[in-house]
Structures are given as C-alpha cells and as structure tokens.
Design a protein around this ligand. Sequence first.
Ligand code: ATP
Ligand code: MG
Length: 233
Amino acid sequence: MLALGDITAGYGETTVLREVSLWVPPASVVALLGANGAGKTTLLRVASGLCRPRSGTVRMDGADVTGHRPHVTARRGMCHIPEGRGVFPHLSVRENLAIHAAGGDADETVDRAVSAFPVLGSKLGQQAGALSGGQQQMLALSRAYLTDPCYVLLDEVSMGLAPVVVDEIFEFLTGLRRQGCALLLVEQYVTRALAVADYVYLLSRGRVEFAGEPGELDAEQLTARYLGTDHGN
Ligand SMILES: Nc1ncnc2c1ncn2[C@@H]1O[C@H](COP(=O)(O)OP(=O)(O)OP(=O)(O)O)[C@@H](O)[C@H]1O
Ligand SMILES: [Mg+2]
C-alpha cells in the first residue's frame, strides 16, 4: 500500500495541499482528478519525494519514506512519470532505454521495451527528441515497464496525443496493472480514467473533495462542475 496521510505541502509561502490523505492499494488503479491548479502534480511530487511536505506522512508498504529523495523511493519500487515528455532528447532511443539496464544487459532491456512498444524498434538509432510526441511518451513510459516498480505515478501521460496513441497507452497501463503494478493516475481524459480506476479522488483547491468508487460519481456532472470541458475521450 502507498499511503499518504494528512499531507500539507506547498511552495514557499503558498500552501497547495491541505491535510490530504490518499491510499493506493497494491495492484489497484487510483484516479486523481481535479481542476487545473488543484494540486495533483504537487501530490505526485510529494509521493515520489520530489517535494517535501510541511506535515503528514508518506508510507510505502508500511515504511515511512516521508521526505526521502526520489532515488530512494525509486529503489523501493516507486516510478514517477512526470508531466511532459520525460526523455533525454539528445540521446538516441537506444541510449535512453539502456539507462534502465542498471548494469544489466542493455540489449535485453531494449528488447523488453520494444516488446511493450513495437514502434520503438524501428527508431532505436534516432535521437529521442526527433520522435513524435506519442513515441516520446512511449519511450518515457517504458521506464515503468523496465524497472519493475510496485507503484507507478502517471502525470497526464496522454496529454496532447492522438486518440489512437492514447488507446495504446491505456492498453499499456492495463498491462502494467495485470502484472501487479498499482497506478496513481492523473488524467485529463476523465471518462477514460474512470473506466480503468478502482478508486477515485477528487481534489479541489488542495483538499480531497470526494474519495470513493467511480460508480458513485456522475461523470458528466463531475466534468461540468469541476473540470471544465472533457476532451471527448
Ligand atoms: N514550483 C512551484 N512554485 C510555486 N508554485 C507552484 C509550483 N508548482 C506549482 N505551483 C502552484 O501550486 C498550485 C498547484 O499546482 P499543481 O501543478 O500541483 O496543480 P495541478 O492540479 O497539477 O494542475 P494542472 O492540472 O494544471 O497540471 C498552483 O497554484 C501552482 O501555481
Ligand atoms: Mg499538473
């Protein structure tokens, strides 16, 4: 279980999260929804250790990891896929993937990534920055497959991508979950997020406004009231 308890956090004088508690059970999908600026990214940053909370605790499988640096939470099985495309643009696709071999066999690591995202197979020699947005996101997401994490934090990974690419990404996420990963999913495509989620949290101005099962929420009402326009997916 990934457990955030009574998290208060912010930047400088600004308080962004106020006493937020959230649980991600093993092998579950938890959707974290909320309007722009609600604090979703900040919450993921607190969970992975990129942002130290002012108060509250972060626990992974019972161990207190509050304020532990990201490389420490990563070693314990946390994988944070940040907003934007998390790749090294000037390195080749192969070099980007080989980073995750962690001293093991780079070729095998590359093969595993290609098995998850076949399109990368024909691009291995290209600079990552020259890939399409969707291909770059697949390259970034490969990390969640290659490092065998327990908890994957996903920050708007389908942002700006064509529906067919979004489909492929959601299939990949479903596969991760089948393998036993738990996912904390921040997603602009509310309908898609609710379709895969076991639990949903609605964040409003830094507080949990709703926590429960997706079936308890009326998606249309949710969209109209809290999130502006859903982008039709
Ligand atoms: N590095 C920072 N320094 C100061 N304030 C920040 C910083 N990052 C975010 N904020 C502020 O914190 C608040 C919450 O931001 P956050 O990025 O967590 O929201 P979000 O829910 O992810 O929004 P979005 O849907 O737009 O991605 C916003 O008011 C934002 O301006
Ligand atoms: Mg955000």
